[in-house]
Design a protein around this ligand. Structure first.
Ligand SMILES: [Zn+2]
Length: 570
């Protein structure tokens, strides 16, 4: 099944496409930031701002989707380039209004918040101002941006280019890092051992160079915190995710208190592998083959899983097939992977897959349709409140995968069932526990950087300690494993990004825990969460569904689900 993009534009030649971009440009030019000082005019000003965004997102959405299935077509590439240039032009014209809003005198800003005509944009307005207290003068920001090009950004770029040139020799074949990482899941233990050896051996050799990069970007961050008067290294990320630093701290310590579950799982896996402890090279070892699932069967399973949860959700998912909002199979020129493109409140989402008739593909279908349902329901919101904030971005997708697993666990038996359960647990360990371990590593090494630059050995030591804490006696480590930190690009490009994977995952588990307990009564509350888009903060949205983010109950529900999965392993 190939998707039908004609709901957006009839064809790449559709004259409306460039007419929309022209109209967006005209609208953007007509925006007068001074209208922010006249609250009666601000609602209209922001409506025109929003319309300009819509008229530029829609052509971009079309051109990107059109290109996604024709990456070798020069016409599709040219269209995307042309639209992107126009898009950038419009966005640049919107900047003065965005800057004016961020810098509005506090009194004038409060007048906007209090204005009845702007009630539904309160959260949007507050978000624009969130970083204001930490923003320096215009000149200072300009200097910092300039210097970042030869500082932080240059180090990031260096890391990407340098590690991108790594090649690994496995069985006479020269592999990229991506390829060698994939071999850690190979069914052949010898292949896994070799992949493990060349990958971590190389990282160990490169640790002196890579630790210099870490030391530089860490120092840059510490300086930034000081210059901008942040009180805590976690504050910028808390601000972005609209949570409190203490919520993040609570997440870290709650997860830590459940670390023994991870040890327990790897002791179990070791037994399956005929070992006493799971060898570190077998952390990702598959425990068996996977059943074949043709697309039609996957589709029926996902729809059935959705129907059991809510006929409304099933109905929405069906529309994707009936109205051809989904592009299913790989074909020449089509990009790889899978995604859901959210679209706009005035259009609808599209899903791209590369279905390969296996169980992983069925999970991907559930995942992307989950995103699809989320965007579909969030269309109740206007564009400025549309979408999903970071902590809720993966809610519907991961929830959908759990619903599919529930159905499969009922249908499968014996070894197949065990394998599925084990996979679900490993997913949880990698998305939740491992990301928390990364955060502990990052916190400790960053704090140590405050005193002095860290030697490669110092990084190794912190990594090993955190790793041992997480896996306990469950895993047998080798000398090589101490260097894994050097191969995690998140540590170079962002600060404390990995914690948000853990938070997002726990949100899903907590919601699912409530569903398990409340049954059908919970469904409308869940749908409200999806419909809320970004109208308010994630904390408020979840509170409306009776889930208090980072509360004691939140963790109890979330980890309760996980505990039961692990206990269910035979
Ligand atoms: Zn996703």
């Amino acid at each position: 099944m190939e998707w039908d993009l004609s709901d957006l534009y009839a064809s790449p030649e559709d004259p409306r496409l460039f007419q929309d971009l022209e109209a967006a440009l005209a609208l953007a030019q007509g925006l007068d930031p001074k209208d922010l000082l006249k609250p009666d005019r601000t609602a209209d000003l922001l409506a025109r701002y929003e319309k300009a965004l819509e008229l530029t997102y829609k052509p971009l959405n079309y051109a990107s989707l059109y290109f996604a299935t024709r990456t070798q077509d020069p016409g599709a590439k040219a269209l995307l380039d042309r639209v992107r240039n126009r898009y950038t032009e419009v966005k640049n014209r919107l900047v003065p209004l965005e800057v004016a809003l961020r810098k509005l005198p506090e009194e004038a800003f409060q007048a906007l918040l209090a204005h009845p005509g702007l009630m539904d944009l309160r959260h949007f307005l507050e978000r624009q101002r969130a970083y204001a207290p930490y923003t320096l003068s215009e000149r200072e920001e300009e200097l910092l941006n300039l210097k970042a090009l030869v500082g932080r950004s240059a180090w990031s770029q260096f890391y990407t280019e340098y590690t991108g040139r790594f090649r690994f020799l496995v069985r006479g074949q020269e592999l990229t890092e991506m390829e060698v990482r994939a071999l850690r899941r190979d069914p052949d233990p010898e292949v896994r051992r070799e992949a493990h050896q060349v990958l971590y051996g190389r990282l160990l050799e490169e640790a002196p160079t890579l630790s210099a990069v870490f030391n530089a970007v860490y120092l840059d961050y510490l300086q930034d915190l000081r210059l901008r008067n942040y009180g805590n290294p976690l504050e910028p990320v808390a601000l972005r995710d609209e949570v409190e630093v203490r919520d993040i701290e609570a997440l870290l310590s709650a997860t830590e208190s459940f670390y023994p579950l991870v040890e327990r799982y790897y002791l179990w896996k070791a037994k399956k592998l005929g070992q006493e402890k799971t060898p570190s090279q077998d952390l990702l070892a598959p425990l068996g083959g996977k059943p074949k699932v043709p697309f039609e069967e996957a589709k029926e399973m996902v729809l059935e899983a959705f129907r059991r949860f809510s006929p409304e959700v099933e109905g929405i998912a069906r529309e994707f097939f009936e109205k051809r909002w989904i592009d299913v199979y790989p074909r020449p020129g089509k990009r790889g992977g899978a995604f859901c493109s959210g679209g706009l409140p005035s259009t609808h989402p599209y899903v791209l897959l590369n279905h390969t008739d296996d169980l992983d593909s069925a999970h991907t279908l559930a995942h992307e349709l989950g995103h699809g349902v989320h965007f579909y329901l969030a269309r109740e919101q206007r564009l400025l409140n549309f979408g999903a904030s970071t902590p809720l971005a993966e809610t519907a997708s991961v929830f959908a995968e759990i619903l599919l697993d529930d159905l499969l666990l009922e249908r499968l038996s014996g070894e197949e069932r065990t394998l599925l359960l084990a996979e679900r647990v490993e997913d949880a360990i990698n998305t939740l526990f491992r990301q928390v371990m990364y955060t502990f590593f990052e916190k400790r090494s960053l704090l140590a950087r405050q005193e002095a630059a860290l030697s490669p050995e110092a990084f190794h030591r912190i990594w090993q300690e955190e790793q041992r804490r997480l896996y306990g006696e469950g895993v047998a480590w080798t000398e090589l494993d101490q260097s894994a930190w050097a191969g995690i690009p998140h540590f170079v490009h962002y600060r404390f990004y990995t914690y948000s994977y853990a938070l997002g995952y726990l949100v899903v588990l907590a919601l699912y825990g409530r569903y398990r307990e409340e049954g059908k009564a919970f469904v409308p509350k869940y749908l409200e969460v999806l419909k809320a888009g970004e109208k308010t903060s994630p904390k408020e949205i979840l509170a409306q569904a009776g889930v208090e983010l980072a509360s004691e109950a939140f963790f109890r529900y979330g980890f309760g689900v996980l505990e039961d999965w692990i206990k269910a392993l035979p």
